[in-house]
Structure formats: structure tokens, C-alpha cells
Design a protein around this ligand. Structure first.
Ligand code: SAM
Length: 218
């Protein structure tokens, strides 16, 4: 399939899967129209890149459904000057979308093979404001904290205390929380004070588990 065919599928994907489901932030829509998802899936899955669902990637992990990526990005309420932490780099696709929505993106992936592949893909797409680190993202990335926004793309039993501590007051954290392999809810937590937070339930979802010290046992 040619670049032009992929481009046409991408524009259709944004119209049918994302705008039609109520995503309205023009910056999020523009970022989703711009990032070629086919370059972030495993080579054998390029033709399916605009499928309306998650797809398998290396190391038995997944690239999230495009609609969910857009929804999580919109829920972060980004204006463009923020420092964002992503936990769960996976393919690097969401990090590439975030790179168009924020000033700086720090992304942590616990599987070194995925962190390496994502680093190469992000470099190939000139996402120069994204840094990827291989490690346990349930502990955040303290050296670059505090963050205006944090997005966790794997589901934990609750929001890790380490991540809340690395969020600025007024900052937003979007994360799936719930059972390891069952019911989960996408939450937006706003840090309203030193020890205060507000939680909003956005959507029932199904994500791979967040492992690590403040997630599920590996
Ligand atoms: N954002 C990714 C993308 O755009 O392709 C999708 C991520 S996938 C749904 C979830 C990822 O979280 C997996 O790659 C998994 O290895 C990673 N993960 C799980 N627990 C983690 C942890 N404690 N720290 C960092 N990454 C973790």
C-alpha cells in the first residue's frame, strides 16, 4: 500500500473513529491526522494500521486503539507548553502524538526491547522533544518531575503514589484503574492541592496490566 493510501485511511480513521465519537479538540485531531500509525506497528501489521482497535506489537504488548489515544490526549487538557510524562511507551505512537501537543514528553517503558524500538521510530519521525527511558514507570521519572500532565497507558490497581507526587498542583493524570485482567475504568485525577485530588471516571476500558513496584507484580 502506498503512502497516499495510508494517508487516505488515516484521514478516514480520524473522521469515522474519532470525530464521530465526540473528540473535538482541534489540536488533538490535527495530531491524529499527522502521525502515521503504520510506522509504529510491527512490520506485518502495517495494512491493519487503521483498524478501530488495539493491535499486537513486539514483546506481546499492544498499541492502543486510536480513539482511546485521542481520548486520553484530549483529557490531559494540553495547550502546548507543558511537560508531560507517559508511562508505557509501547510502540511510541502515543508519544509521537503527544510530541505535537506538548513542549516536552518523557516516556518510560519497562521492556527494554520496546524502549529501543520506540526510540528509533520517534527519531525517524523527528520527535526531538520526546525522551524515552527503559525502567519501571510505576515510579515515574523523578529526575524530570514535576509534570503538568501524566498519562499511563497500562492499568494498575490504583494510581501510584509516586506518580501523584510528580504531578504539579493543577496537573492532570489520566490512567486506567481496576482489575488486572477484567473491569477497568479510565480515570482523570486532577491534583487540586498538596494533599487533595479530584477524580473523574471517563470510560470503561480494557488495558494490559501496569506491572512494577507500584503496579501489579510482574
Ligand atoms: N502507549 C503505547 C503506544 O502508543 O503504543 C501503548 C502502550 S501498551 C497498551 C502498555 C505498555 O505499558 C506496554 O508496552 C507495557 O510494557 C508497558 N508497561 C507496563 N507496565 C509498565 C511499567 N511499570 N513501566 C513502564 N511501562 C510499563
Amino acid at each position: 500500500m502506498s503512502r497516499i493510501d495510508f494517508e487516505a485511511r488515516r484521514q478516514a480513521m480520524v473522521a469515522q473513529q474519532i470525530e464521530a465519537r465526540g473528540i473535538t479538540d482541534p489540536r488533538v485531531l490535527a495530531a491524529m491526522r499527522a502521525v502515521p500509525r503504520e510506522d509504529f506497528v510491527s512490520p506485518g501489521w502495517r495494512e491493519q494500521a487503521y483498524h478501530d482497535g488495539p493491535l499486537p506489537i513486539e514483546a506481546e504488548q499492544t498499541i492502543s486503539q486510536p480513539y482511546i489515544v485521542a481520548l486520553m490526549c484530549e483529557a490531559l487538557l494540553l495547550k502546548g507548553d507543558e511537560r508531560v510524562l507517559e508511562v508505557g511507551t509501547g510502540s511510541g505512537y502515543a508519544a509521537a502524538v503527544l510530541s505535537r501537543l506538548a513542549a516536552e514528553v518523557y516516556s518510560v517503558e519497562c521492556i527494554a526491547e520496546l524502549a529501543d524500538l520506540a526510540t528509533k521510530r520517534l527519531a525517524a519521525h523527528r520527535c526531538t522533544n520526546v525522551a524515552v527511558h527503559a525502567g519501571d514507570g510505576s515510579l515515574g521519572w523523578p529526575d524530570a518531575a514535576p509534570y503538568d500532565a501524566i498519562v499511563v497507558t497500562a492499568a494498575g490497581p490504583d494510581v501510584p503514589a509516586a506518580l501523584k507526587a510528580q504531578l504539579k498542583i493543577g496537573g492532570r493524570l489520566v490512567m486506567p484503574v481496576g482489575e488486572r485482567h477484567g473491569l477497568q475504568e479510565l480515570l482523570r485525577l486532577t491534583r487540586t492541592g498538596e494533599h487533595d485530588e479530584r477524580r473523574e471516571r471517563l470510560l470503561p476500558v480494557r488495558f494490559v496490566p501496569l506491572t512494577g513496584q507500584q503496579g501489579w507484580p510482574a
